[in-house]
Design a protein around this ligand. Structure first.
Ligand code: C2E
Ligand code: CA
Ligand code: CA
Length: 502
């Protein structure tokens, strides 16, 4: 830390108003001291305090953004096109340039390590402190990284809160271990940002080329998986690409390739779980649940393949296929029963962001000659978290078709409840985790009873999911729950076994 001569403190005053503010606070102390006047001693105290403050601010100032540094450095070093290869928020190299570096090293047959990290819980920081502060944090972090890593390694901002270094033990001035230590040294300190202090932690993954991976094309994908592993551990944790992980990755790649042809190979089918209407014997609802029997992998759980289909972008075509199949079934069941038969279909948030979603649904309704008010679309609360305004608009359009809307896994989504009053939601499905707790404590019961009451006040039907015991059923009946779904009545059934509920 720099020594400061207090008699020259006027130099520093021009740096920021904040410094003036600190000096003012310092001055207050001795003037209001027991002596009641500014004695020689009090003045000394003031000087000491100001010195301390100035030193502190100099220290912090050194860590504030020096935005142009990397851009200028890069410019003089090569003919890089700024737009193509530079991240403008931080001045670091971007993802495109990173790919270029990979290719160059691969061409020169030079081994390197890819050190990839992201900031834990950065989304929450962004949401609570607003995006401008989020941007400043990224700038401060990237400047600190530039300071500690200098020209020793390539440094990238890959997007969002993701950063990376490429270290070649043959070419770089430091080793991979030294690089990691330097990165971690930044996050072991509290970061100061104008008026707030922030403690950030990162999760870091390391992939060695070509030791861990033979094709540079796969490096990002592998590194993401490694970082996800790191996230399972404590804060500021590091994960190296290891055999176990390699197996996991290969399994994922295999599953992806099988899933991409599953629809074409007729490996997907639907099962239907009855949802019993407690006060309406004339109605029956079936929830359509997707199943995959892969010729290569056997049965794969939807909890496993649906997130994969989402990450691959496959969920839109698969989801539309589910809607059509469920409609066909519904049309058939209607011919078999005098009851009011309805089908409830799970819809992934990603599906509705497809431009034609509402139109596609409308066309399918017409094609299969279905009454739209025999259909329920189930969405999780996440629909109200990201892109919420656009999603609300799409939900309204779906509702305008006449299709009912249910909130699935209600109570697990951490979203604000204001949407319940803003939107035309028809049903809440209380998540199984709440049902599991019924009868175990007064509080658990009170919570479920309260959800049912709030839902009813807002004119919604309440379905409870995952009922396995008579005790749970009795409690839910006593609370006035409208409908019940769970193994207690029936597991999901193959499509030719629904008769006894018709
Ligand atoms: P979900 O929508 O919450 O579906 C209910 C899940 O709970 C189903 O699991 C069902 O079999 C299971 N379940 C129902 N009653 C009981 C019970 O009493 N005890 C227990 N232990 N489990 C019960 P499944 O079929 O494995 O589906 C898992 C998740 O996969 C679904 O959760 C849903 O989020 C998703 N999913 C299934 N089909 C589709 C689909 O066509 N599209 C989309 N986007 N997601 C789907
Ligand atoms: Ca569901
Ligand atoms: Ca559910």
């Amino acid at each position: 830390m720099k020594k400061v001569d207090i008699d020259k403190y006027t130099y520093h005053i021009e740096w920021s108003e904040e410094l003036n503010a600190h000096i003012a606070t310092c001055l207050e102390f001795p003037l209001l001291s027991a002596e009641g006047k500014s004695s020689e001693l009090a003045l000394k105290e003031v000087k000491k305090l100001i010195t301390k403050r100035v030193e502190w601010i100099i220290d912090k100032k050194q860590k504030l953004p020096k935005l142009q540094k990397t851009i200028k450095k890069n410019k003089t070093n090569s003919n890089l096109s700024e737009v193509e290869y530079i991240d403008f928020l931080t001045g670091l190299y971007n993802r495109n340039y990173c790919q270029k570096v990979f290719k160059n090293y691969a061409k020169l047959e030079t081994p390197f390590s890819f050190v990839y990290f992201d900031i834990d819980g950065f989304k929450a920081v962004n949401d609570t402190l607003n995006h401008e502060v989020g941007d400043k944090i990224l700038q401060v972090v990237s400047n600190s990284l530039t300071d500690v890593l200098g020209d020793d390694v390539y440094l990238f901002r890959l997007g969002g809160d993701e950063f990376a270094c490429v270290v070649s033990d043959e070419i770089s001035a430091i080793t991979t271990t030294e690089c990691i230590d330097k990165i971690l040294s930044i996050f072991n300190e509290t970061i100061y940002l104008e008026t707030v202090y922030i403690d950030l932690t990162i999760s870091l993954g390391v992939v060695y080329y070509p030791k861990n991976i033979s094709n540079v094309k796969d490096i990002f994908k592998v590194a993401e998986i490694v970082v996800q592993e790191a996230k399972k551990n404590r804060e500021n944790s590091i994960c190296f690409f290891e055999k176990e992980l390699k197996n996991k990755m290969e399994a994922k790649v295999l599953m992806e390739s099988c899933l991409s042809v599953a629809l074409r190979k007729n490996e997907l089918f639907l099962v239907y779980q009855p949802i019993i209407q407690l006060n309406d014997e004339d109605s029956i609802v079936f929830e359509a649940l997707l199943r995959w029997h892969s010729t290569d992998l056997g049965f794969v759980s939807p909890a496993e393949f649906i997130p994969l289909a989402e990450s691959m972008g496959q969920i839109c075509s698969i989801g539309l296929w589910v809607i059509e199949k469920a409609m066909e079934k519904l049309a058939y069941l209607k011919t078999q029963s005098s009851k009011n038969v309805m089908v409830s279909i799970n819809i992934s948030v990603l599906q509705i962001t497809e431009a034609n979603f509402v139109n596609n649904v409308k066309q399918l309704i017409e094609k299969h000659n279905i009454s739209p008010n025999s259909l329920i679309f189930e969405f999780t609360e996440s629909i109200f978290i990201e892109n919420s305004e656009l999603n609300k608009e799409i939900l309204k359009n779906i509702r305008n078709l006449g299709v009912y809307i249910a909130i699935d896994d209600f109570g697990t989504g951490y979203s604000s409840l204001t949407y319940l009053k803003d939107m035309d939601i028809n049903c809440l499905k209380i998540d199984k985790t709440f049902v599991d707790e019924l009868g175990k404590s007064d509080k658990s019961n009170a919570l479920v009873e309260a959800i049912i009451n709030v839902g009813h006040k807002l004119n919604m039907d309440i379905t409870a999911e995952g009922i396995e015991t008579k005790e749970q059923l009795d409690i839910l009946k006593a609370f006035g729950c409208d409908s019940i779904q769970g193994y207690y009545y029936s597991k999901p059934l193959p499509e030719d076994q629904l008769d006894k509920y018709l």
